[in-house]
Every structure is written in structure tokens, then in C-alpha cells.
Ligand binder design. Sequence first.
Ligand code: NAD
Ligand code: MG
Length: 294
Amino acid sequence: MSIHRQKQHKYYDKKYPKQRQQWPGIQANMTPRPDCGEKSYIGAERLVGRRALITGADSGIGRAVAIAFAREGADVALSYYPTEEKDARDTAKYIRATGRIAMLIPGDVGDEEFCHQMVHDAARTLGGLDTLVLNAGYQQHCDSIADLTTEQLRRTFDVNLFSMFWTVQAALPILKPGASIITTTSIQAYQPSAGLLDYAASKAAIMAFTRALGKQLAPKKIRVNGVAPGPIWTALQIAGGQKQSDIPSFGADTPMKRAGQPAELAATYVLLASDASSYTTAEIYGVTGGHHTM
Ligand code: NAD
Ligand code: MG
């Protein structure tokens, strides 16, 4: 089998069974379970001695990044919503199996005070911080702007965007030259869906935040970059992110004709965290199955 064929057939490409969970969703209860690289990611000492805080680290993309960072040699603080304890403990188990520290920080990143506390607790336990992955995200599908509540609007922006401001404000006095900040934006920033008005707007704002902050922090030698995923099979999608009727064909409209798995994102975050990307800042990397960002 050629390398090309192996890659095309490595991940799930069939229809997804309809399934609905209450927000924020537990990935351990999904069918099929998202692949976060638990069995596949192999580290190569790219992040030895690094101390990373990752938000939304219990499941999905955040979990894939957490596992990869630990296998690359980093200690990791895992931020997640308190009801996600089960997924968070699973993630911590994979990190501890590498011999690295996994610190659990449950709480609501939509709360400014919590964001400050989270940064200070992480830095105290890990002995400093040099890598921030701002990945927590809130997505609720809503067909019409007429039905969009102010509560949802505020929640989307608090969690997706304002948490990034608050977390970076708290972390800035701690971060040293060489530090790396990575945000998770979305293909939605470039090609917004009709039913994801608030979410897409928040992700476009994250793109601008990433680019502006990259320029602002370049003189401090702190790099800031973003990752823009396409459709990825995660709990976010089955906990209100998509209409149930769209679940079976989720991701099938990409040129690769399938959704991605969180594991397929991890290497990009590792690259952006590591010194190998020392001349890269204020950039957004797309991982979209071919629905390119521009
Ligand atoms: P996920 O549900 O596995 O992860 C999202 C995480 O965000 C949750 O696990 C939760 O821990 C965290 N979170 C949400 N609200 C929170 C709050 N108030 N307080 C604390 N934590 C909170 O789903 P995912 O798809 O891996 O999402 C990770 C990121 O990727 C999000 O920013 C999402 O917008 C982005 N993204 C996902 C896709 C996709 O198709 N899945 C596509 C583009 C971008
Ligand atoms: Mg989760």
C-alpha cells in the first residue's frame, strides 16, 4: 500500500450516526469516539521542558494537543468545564503515562476572574509558563438571527474571544522571550455558515486578535499564531454545534470527503509551539481537508 493510500484511509470516512448530548458533551460517550492520537502520536522531543496551559483540553482538539505536547516532553495544565471531569481525567491519564505533569483546572473561561486564577495556578504548579493554547470554544447552531438570544451571543463571545484577552492579560507578566501563544480559530472565520452567525463572527474576531497580538508581542519575542480547523469530529458538534440532520454527512462536503479527527491537528500545534517555527508569528494555519483558508 502506498503512503498516499494509507493516509487517505487512515481515518473514519463513513456516515456518522445521529447522536445528541447535552452541552458540553462527553467524548467518551460518542460513537465513534474522536481519535485524539491516544494510540498513534509519537513524540520526538520537540517540546522538552516546556510548560503549557491548554484550554478545552479534556476532549477533541485540545486533548490531541495535550497528548502530543506531553509526548514531546512538555508538562501540561488542562483547563476544562467542570462537568467534563470524566474526559479530563482520561486525558490526564495519557499525559501521566509519559511521565509528564498533568494539572487539572476545572472552571468557566467565560469568567474573567477564573481566567486570571487559571493562569496563576498553572504557573505556580508548573514552575512558570511558556506556551498557551487558547482552544476552548462554544458553538450552538441557530437557523435565524431572530431566534438568537442575547444570552447565547454573550456566551459565544465571552468563551471564544474575551477569554483569550483575559488569559493573555494574566499570562503576559509570566511569559518570557521564546514563549508561544496559539489560538484556535476556524474555517468559519473565512467561509461562515448561515446557521453559525455568532460563532463565525467570534472566530473571525479571533483571527484578527491573533494577527494583531502577534504584531504587538513580536518585540517581546513572544510568538502568536492560530490554527483554523475545518470540520473535525468532536463533542462540540453533537452538543448543539450542528443540526442533527447534518450529523451523518458531517465533513463529507470537503475535497477529502470526510471530517477530520483531532489527531490530525496535533502536529500543527506542536510545530507552532516549538522553536522550529521561530520566524512564524501573526499567522493562521489551516487544517481543513481541502476547504482552504485565504
Ligand atoms: P470539544 O467540545 O472537544 O472542545 C471544546 C472545549 O471547550 C470543551 O471540551 C470545553 O472544555 C471547552 N469549553 C467550552 N466552553 C467552556 C467554558 N465556558 N469554560 C471552560 N471551558 C469551556 O470540541 P473541539 O472541536 O475540539 O473544540 C476545540 C476548538 O476547536 C474550539 O475553539 C472550536 O471552536 C474549534 N473548532 C472546532 C471545529 C470542529 O469542527 N470541531 C472546527 C473549527 C474550530
Ligand atoms: Mg469537552
